[in-house]
Design a protein around this ligand. Structure first.
Ligand code: G3I
Length: 379
């Protein structure tokens, strides 16, 4: 009798599991319908990805196939940063940036260039610039040469990246030290003159947080009052599964939109690893020693945590859809979990899972949860 009951139980379990499996594979098939993310959100905002040198060169066949299927906007993760594109005072290296722009054109994508001015990843010679006059000449050459080269081909520029401290004051960069805050107006005006059709953005992390947001709004208002053309603000969106600032994100969309700006989420990812220092944002100079406790999922990402991440991504995209009229673009900082900079920051050599595709380019539960939002919305 006991063994009969056990057999019955096993049979029921097998049927249930088969049902689940069928449902899961149906969900997977639905989620991978032709066109993917970019198609499902085509009436809402661009869906972008930051791409590395390997992906620009289409050296990885899986990445090369996934990129145009899922994304309709690209940003170069590193190759247009000052130290790579303008390494010597009179030398520029356009090899990879040219390929990046050509790849975007091949796929008819919204091409975003990143970043014209950033205190990090600067060429060392820029740190030696002594005074305002010399810096102005350096910036003029930098911007005229680079923006001029891609005139009419790049859709938007991250003109200034991360110029603010957490309290909303201006960061002590080589540009601020030599020129004072006048550098901000100068670079936006130079960029606008070099390519009048390109959109120009201010891009930063944590500018959804109240103090930094207030500083950002004050800075943008000053620029607007000085007649500067600024089309959008880039909220980077380096957030954690431990708590996304949904309310601050919503307030930020409303407050930046009230300035007449389009809002872009420019570097979206969601770390799932411990962060005992309560670091927020993406200050690349921060680095801490590792330990097994700090790297809890070296081999695989537990299913329960995947579901937790799916819920968080869904709630975030729900918010994005609610404010779709003000949002121009949502760009992920990397294509799959294996590519993410969060495997190396703020501790080197960890295994993180912050994006919508796993290391094998397979869609994760978070991908499906985001796609489902639009399916639910259909009549
Ligand atoms: O190019 C060298 C290569 O020659 C060398 O062999 C290799 C060895 O480590 O390092 C390579 O440089 C690395 C570079 O990425 C390219 O892979 C740097 O060490 C590394 O620090 C650099 O990190 C990038 C970081 O910005 C600093 O530029 C990350 O990939 C990139 O994701 C990250 O992106 C920034 C955004 O631009 C601005 N907002 C924050 C965001 C995250 O930090």
């Amino acid at each position: 009798m006991k063994s009969f009951k056990l057999i019955q139980l096993l049979a029921i379990t097998a049927v249930l599991l088969a049902g689940c499996k069928e449902e899961t594979s149906q969900q997977e098939a639905d989620a991978q319908e032709p066109g993917g993310l970019k198609t499902i959100f085509k009436d809402d905002f661009y869906i972008g990805a930051a791409i590395s040198a390997t992906q620009i060169e289409e050296a990885d066949a899986k990445a090369a196939a996934l990129l145009p299927k899922e994304f309709n906007s690209i940003t170069p993760e590193n190759v247009m940063k000052w130290m790579y594109i303008h390494p010597g005072r009179d030398s520029f290296d356009f090899a990879l940036p040219d390929k990046f722009v050509a790849l975007g054109e091949k796929h008819g994508m919204n091409i975003i260039a990143h970043a014209l001015l950033w205190h990090s990843q600067l060429a060392p010679w820029v740190e030696q610039v002594k005074d305002a006059k010399e810096m102005e000449a350096v910036l003029t050459n930098h911007i005229n040469t680079i923006v001029g080269r891609y005139k009419g081909r790049v859709h938007g520029w991250d003109v200034v990246n991360e110029a603010l401290n957490e309290d909303g004051t201006l960061r002590e960069t080589p540009f601020l030290k030599t020129m004072g805050e006048a550098y901000l107006e100068k670079v936006f005006k130079l960029a606008a003159a070099a390519d009048p059709a390109a959109e120009l953005y201010y891009n930063d992390y944590n500018i959804e947080q109240p103090a930094k947001r207030a500083g950002c709004i004050a800075m943008i208002k000053k620029l607007q009052a000085a007649g500067v053309k600024i089309d959008g603000v880039g909220i980077q969106g380096h957030w954690s599964i431990a708590g996304l600032p949904y309310e601050d994100i919503e307030k930020s969309i409303q407050e930046y939109a009230a300035l007449g700006l389009k809002v872009h989420f420019t570097e979206l990812d969601m770390t799932v690893l411990p962060n005992p220092w309560d670091l927020k944002g993406a200050e690349v100079s921060q680095n801490f020693p590792g330990s097994p406790f700090m790297n809890p999922y070296p081999d695989s990402f537990p299913v329960a945590r995947q579901e937790e991440q799916a819920v968080a991504y869904q709630r975030l995209f729900e918010l994005f859809l609610k404010h779709r009229d003000h949002i121009e673009r949502v760009t992920f900082w990397g294509m799959n979990d294996g590519h993410s900079w969060l495997n190396g920051w703020p501790i080197k050599d960890r295994t993180n899972y912050p994006l919508l595709f796993d290391r094998n380019f397979e869609p994760k539960p978070a991908y499906r949860s985001v796609m489902e939002l639009k399916k639910k919305a259909k009549p």
